[in-house]
Structures are given as C-alpha cells and as structure tokens.
Design a protein around this ligand. Structure first.
Ligand SMILES: Nc1ncnc2c1ncn2[C@@H]1O[C@H](COP(=O)(O)OP(=O)(O)OP(=O)(O)O)[C@@H](O)[C@H]1O
Ligand SMILES: [Mg+2]
Length: 354
C-alpha cells in the first residue's frame, strides 16, 4: 500500500546552519490494512519521513509509491485530492480554535466543496466513532487533550482516507488517555481497514498498537520486523536501548542500584537476565538451572507480559556461584531457544531480604 524506495531528504543549508541529510536511503513496504510503527530517537528523521509520504515535505531522492501511484508524479490538483485521501493526525492536534468540534471535523469536506447536508451526514457518525457526539458544539478550549485528539482523528477520517499517518499522536497525553486513544486507533483500523503509519518515540505505543515496526536511526532504517520478534530479540543497539527503557522497568530501582555492571569484584555473584517467549514461557526453569549448573539461583525480579497475545517474560536471577556456573546456565537456557545473558554482578551481602 505504501512503498518507500531509497528515500532521501537533504534539508539545504540555511540561516548559517549547514545542510542536513535527514533521510538516507529509506526502503519500506507497508501492507494494506497494516499498522506499521516507526520508532526512533528525537532527531532520527521520523517526522521528516512521515511528511514525505503526503508530500508535506518533498523528498530529494528516491520514491514514495502509495496504492501504486508515484506521488512525485501527481499534478497539483491530483496532489490535493491525494492529500484529502491521506489522513494525518498530529501530536499537538492542530485544531482551529475558532471552530467548534463539528466545524473542525467538517473543514476538509467544506474545503472540498461538499454540500452541507452531505457533510452533516458524514460528520455525525464519525463523532460517534470517536465518542464525541455530545461535544459537537464545543470549542477546542473546552476540551481535554484526549478529546482534542479525538477531534483530530475524526477530522483525519472525514474524507474517508485509505491511509492514516500518525505523528506522535499520544505524546502530549497522559498514560490513561494514551491507552484510550491507542484503543480507538486499533478499533478504527479494524472497522475501516485503514493502512496506518505510526510515528513514535515510545516503545509502549508500538507494543500496544502496531503489527510491524521499523527502527530509524540517523535517517536510516536499522531494523524492522514483526513487533513481537523485535521486542524479544532486538538486534540493533538503538532498538535494544529503546526496548531496555520499556522492559527493564521490570527490574526495580532498589535492585538496579545494587547491580554493578562492570567486571565481578570478589564475592560478587553474576546476575542473569532470562527472556522467556512462546511455549516455554512457563517452564519450571529455575529448578532445572540449579540442577544443570549445580548452584542455587535466587529470583531477584520478574514479570510475564503479553505482546500480540503471546507470552513474553523476563526474569532476573542471581547465580549463587561464579561466572562459570552462570555460563553453564546460560548455555542451557539458550539450548531451549530462550535468551539469557549476564547483565552485572551483585554483592551477596547487598541483596535486600525477600
Ligand atoms: N525544516 C528543516 N530544516 C532543516 N533541518 C531540519 C528541518 N526539519 C528537520 N530538520 C532536521 O532533520 C533531522 C530530523 O528531524 P525530524 O523532525 O524528522 O526528527 P524526528 O525524528 O521527528 O524528531 P522528534 O522525535 O524530536 O520529533 C533533525 O536533525 C532536524 O534538526
Ligand atoms: Mg518528530
């Protein structure tokens, strides 16, 4: 549905600043009806990328093909029509403060010269979908952030787009509202069979919403795949760092403080992180580890989560022995197709009780 081929963007030098190569040969293919996440750090090129898809930003090389059409070839009239069919939702909502909820959602249709009665017939069911039927006559200033974003979403959908582009749409919202908006976007994706490109710097958004994900780093896609696979076996250091923030919250702060990441000091026991996935997630692995390695393992922290309805757990254990025993245990874990690694060491006297 959306195909990016060798996409390049160079922002020219301006105001004494040198030229900036923001996209460096991006290749991506997003299937029809898919929710595709693009994650990266600030400045990685995410907004630039999504804005080249509807030509809010002109690419300086490569191609963007949407539904079989190379969008660089569109005449200006065709581009206007194309943009109308490509909904976009923004981080800061971009609503017109002088227009009501109804007026904001209706605007794209008014601009397209659609008759009033038809506009009314299209806006009402959308306000219903986003849960704002009772706020139709309110102004943006009278709405919460989540409600404003619902208006933004309704406005993006009113021209019945096939593609929805979302740039950090939950970044200005609190966690609970974020969850509601992500649920709404999922629901819309299913109901309307929309293809969605979702830009975010939050792994939790990818995890809750997306089917596949690509990681962008300094204008290049450094990793992509199914969300579950990328979460469970991140390959690139940037992906690993982004996921670490999300997942290693499983390791309580009080424990993090006593784990020393450097080489083991005298009497310091290795801490092993074990990642459980799929059918082996609930194996009684600790007792097996003790048997294989000939030492005890002390559970420090752990959690089991679900990503795309598949179990995914993390366990932090302290090996009550040396590195050699810990490595035996790791080899065993890996032989079961699970992931394990030593993440540090802990002074046996420093482990809090319980
Ligand atoms: N109009 C512009 N002119 C010059 N440089 C720009 C322009 N827009 C963006 N850049 C630069 O291009 C790079 C990528 O910017 P972009 O906005 O795409 O990043 P981002 O991944 O969306 O970041 P954030 O998460 O902070 O929104 C940055 O280094 C930025 O400074
Ligand atoms: Mg951005």
């Amino acid at each position: 549905m959306i195909r990016l081929e060798g996409l390049e963007k160079v922002y020219p030098a301006a105001h004494g600043k040198p030229a900036h190569h923001a996209l460096r040969g991006v290749d991506l293919e997003i299937g029809k009806g898919e929710i595709f996440g693009i994650i990266g750090r600030s400045g990685a090129g995410k907004s630039t990328l999504i804005r080249t898809v509807n030509r809010l930003e002109e690419a300086t090389g490569g191609r963007v093909v949407v539904d079989g059409v190379d969008i660089a070839q569109l005449s200006s009239a065709d581009l206007t029509a194309f943009r109308r069919r490509t909904g976009m939702v923004f981080q800061h909502f971009n609503l017109l403060s002088s227009r009501t909820v109804y007026g904001n959602v209706a605007l794209p249709l008014e601009l397209a010269g659609i008759p009033k009665a038809e506009i009314a017939a299209r806006v009402a069911p959308l306000l219903d979908i986003v849960g704002l039927s009772d706020k139709s006559d309110r102004y943006p200033a009278e709405l919460s952030g989540g409600q404003k974003q619902r208006v933004g979403i309704a406005r993006a959908l009113v021209a019945e787009p096939k593609v929805l582009l979302c740039d950090e749409v939950t970044s200005a919202l609190d966690p609970e509202t974020t969850q509601q908006i992500l649920d709404l976007l999922r629901d819309i994706n299913r109901r309307l069979k929309l293809t969605m490109m979702v830009i975010t710097h939050e792994m939790s958004v990818v995890r809750e919403l997306c089917d596949r994900v690509a990681v962008i780093d300094d204008g290049m896609i450094v990793e992509q795949g199914n969300v579950f696979d990328v979460f469970v076996k991140p390959q690139h250091p940037t992906t690993q760092a982004l996921i670490a923030g999300e997942i290693e919250a499983a390791l309580p702060k009080s424990l993090r403080r006593i784990i020393n990441e450097g080489p083991a000091g005298a009497g310091e026991n290795p801490v092993v992180k074990i990642v459980f996935t799929g059918p082996n997630a609930y194996d009684p692995i600790i007792s097996q580890l003790s048997r294989i390695a000939g030492i005890d393992f002390n559970i420090l922290a752990g959690q089991v989560d679900y990503i795309q309805n598949r179990p995914f757990g993390i366990l932090f254990v302290e090996a009550k022995g040396g590195l050699a025993e810990a490595e035996k245990a790791i080899a065993f874990v890996r032989s079961r197709n699970l992931n394990a690694e030593v993440i540090g060491h802990v002074d046996p006297n420093a482990v809090p009780a319980g």
